[in-house]
Design a protein around this ligand. Structure first.
Ligand SMILES: Cc1cc2nc3c(=O)[nH]c(=O)nc-3n(C[C@H](O)[C@H](O)[C@H](O)COP(=O)(O)OP(=O)(O)OC[C@H]3O[C@@H](n4cnc5c(N)ncnc54)[C@H](O)[C@@H]3O)c2cc1C
Length: 447
């Protein structure tokens, strides 16, 4: 017996996982995706080829019983490998020895989730685009792009998992007093690659590689075939910018000066640089996430963020987990469930958006800064000595379920305390046992 009918718009990462979870719980699920089936074709658009999956993502995958299947495709990255301009390497672990974030293929993960949704009984319709929304009815007009025929679907609940430029959200934006903002940063990104060398990884595989250069950076994540996907984050305009890189010679000169060790392992650099698009980085905020109680937004449709904390997909997966928990709690009272969902998640979505923007500065700049590195050492020692009383913000965000809003708030308290500490000490080695005790007591006093 079906518990209710759910239509999901978008078979991206959030939509495919939520379809699986709902179908596993005996909801009748119809999933409409405008693209072709990614199990038959590659992704059409050039969005990041691999993604960092961390605790929140694993939790939601675990809820669907998919942890071990995804694990088979994932490569552990235990820390950041920093590349200086002279090619010196330094490794900064993300946490304790058993803590890692995981590089997974976007396409591989999407295909796996779509297979699982189908196996659980969801009805999948590819090349079906949502054209129009009838908000009050919770209905959508869907066009079959194969034969151009259109029809209306009117489920118990219409779920917009249709990404940053969501059709469902666009309809909500036309209703009175709807809050919406989108802001682009001045940087764009371009994907490049480091191929496997004699069938093996050209760089250490169990790390996220970063070439921080102040106002911009290059990063690389490993792929299962021995290659790395690199992403260059650079301003669109200015002295060092995409606008200044107009010829193969200019690109080579820029890499020779700024990323010489990367250039050595990027034989296809100039071809890829001019073949691959330069894409935008946007933060989208909106509220409410539902209008009139029969529809709701999840994932990027509700909260698109910049990728610098590696949390966009993880936050979308956490949406799915919490959505299911609240559905269990509220049963078929969808209106109450949605109200609860958006009230709970909105502060966390705003917090992770702020954290992601802040982490860009940390990644491109501070990770190469001596004071910052000493501070990290002190915080790691504090966590080691007082595991429950001082948890570094990165650990809360990446390796725990702590609400993003709490991680943001506690992180600000830690910042305030650490600014005071760093006025008195240059190196972690100068601190005594009593100093550590005093510092953790300061954080206790903030609560
Ligand atoms: C460069 C980059 C790097 C990133 N790295 C990470 C990372 O390391 N870790 C991490 O957690 N996150 C990362 N992210 C974020 C992550 O990619 C997104 O948060 C995630 O893909 C959101 O999933 P979603 O399912 O909500 O939306 P999407 O993946 O955008 O899926 C939306 C789907 O809806 C479909 N659709 C859209 N409109 C319609 C319509 N009208 N009708 C039918 N279907 C429609 C689209 O075709 C698409 O398949 C990164 C993002 C970028 C840009």
């Amino acid at each position: 017996m079906s518990k209710g009918t759910m239509t999901i718009l978008g078979a991206g990462l959030s939509g495919a996982l939520l379809s699986t979870l709902l179908a596993q719980k005996n909801y009748s699920v119809q999933l409409y995706e405008k693209r072709s089936d990614p199990r038959k074709f590659g992704l059409e658009e050039g969005r990041s080829i691999n993604l960092a999956l961390s605790h929140r993502g694993w939790q939601a995958l675990g809820q669907a019983g998919l942890k071990s299947k995804v694990q088979e495709q994932a490569i552990a990255m235990r820390g950041r490998m920093m590349h200086s301009e002279t090619g010196d390497l330094s490794f900064q672990p993300y946490g304790t020895e058993d803590q890692a974030i995981y590089s997974v293929s976007r396409l591989g993960l999407n295909r796996l989730l779509i297979n699982e949704a189908e196996r659980a009984g969801a009805e999948l319709c590819f090349q079906h685009r949502c054209e129009e929304i009838y908000l009050k009815r919770g209905a959508a007009l869907i066009q079959n792009l194969g034969n151009e025929e259109s029809f209306v679907t009117e489920p118990d609940l219409l779920i917009g998992a249709d990404g940053a430029y969501s059709t469902l959200r666009t309809a909500m934006q036309k209703t009175p007093r709807y809050n919406y903002s989108q802001s682009y940063i001045e940087h764009g990104y371009k994907e490049l690659s480091i191929p496997a060398k004699n069938g093996d990884f050209a760089l250490e595989p169990h790390a996220l590689h970063i070439w921080p250069r102040g106002g911009y950076m290059l990063i690389a994540l490993p792929n299962a075939d021995g290659s790395f996907t690199c992403t260059l984050f650079l301003a669109y305009e200015g002295k060092e910018s995409f606008a200044k890189l107009n010829s193969p010679a200019e690109v080579i000169r820029f890499f020779e000066q700024r990323f010489p060790d990367a250039l050595e392992v990027m034989p296809q650099l100039t071809e890829e640089f001019f073949a691959n698009p330069t894409s935008d980085l946007v933060t989208i905020k909106c509220y409410p996430w539902s209008r009139y109680g029969r529809n709701v937004l999840i994932g990027d449709a509700a909260h698109a963020i910049v990728p610098f904390y590696g949390q966009g997909m993880n936050a979308g997966f956490e949406d799915c987990r919490i959505f299911m928990e609240l559905l269990e709690e509220h049963g078929s009272n969808y209106a109450d469930m949605i109200t609860h969902f958006q009230e709970l998640r909105k502060p966390d979505a705003d917090a992770v958006a702020e954290l992601a923007l802040k982490n860009f500065i940390e990644m491109r700049d501070l990770v190469a800064d001596r004071e910052f590195l000493e501070r990290k050492k002190i915080e790691s020692e504090l966590h080691h000595r007082f595991p429950d009383r001082w948890v570094p913000q990165y650990t809360m965000v990446t390796f725990s379920d702590t609400r993003y809003s709490d991680a943001l708030r506690i992180g600000k308290q830690q910042d305030k305390i650490m600014r005071r500490v760093m006025k008195h000490y240059d190196y972690a080695s100068e601190l005594t046992d009593q100093d550590y005790e005093r510092i953790v007591t300061l954080l206790d006093a903030e609560d």
